[in-house]
Unconditional design. Sequence first.
Length: 212
Amino acid sequence: MAIATRCRSGIAHGSDGAGISLDEQALAVRAGGAIRALREKSGLSMREAAARAGISQPFLSQIERGQNMPSMITVYRLAEALDVTPGDLLPASTDSQVEIVRNGEGRVLPVADRADAAFGRVLLMNPQSLLQVIEYKIAADQYIGEWFQTPGVLALYVMDGELDITVEGAGTYRVGPGDLITHPSPLRHRWLLVDNRPAEALLIIADSAAPI
């Protein structure tokens, strides 16, 4: 599986962890440890977990050893395979009850494990929260076409540009600046840029047990 090799912060990523900042390296180790612990708790072997998540066993081994940060799609697939939330796989960076993510801050994850993937800036995704909030600034020619699904209810607010949102079994919807689209997150869905023009959007996913 190809590994994303660039990010908005300008830090390169490689399968051996080379070029990753010290902070990101520490995060990768923590995330890998959390994934390994949850996999072992579930009773799944590495091969079984990798098969359920649709990734290779060597790639999962790299993730668990902290040699690679999983992409957004891999986080979601592993969470589904282990029957946990995506936030369980990405430990919070702080235990404070109040957290501010400043402009330009936040964990940056590629959408998919490929070099041309768009990136999401994770504003909120941790085990203590019933919400996930991710900002996307999608440039022309960046890949965002993965099919996603996760438990809960999804809301996507478009800030700039246009996106075609395909919800499996429901159709395709074009949304533009100021538009909000919601649907049950377990429905498979994917986004595409309209005419390959850049777009910005804010994704919010609420646990189905949380009040909306």
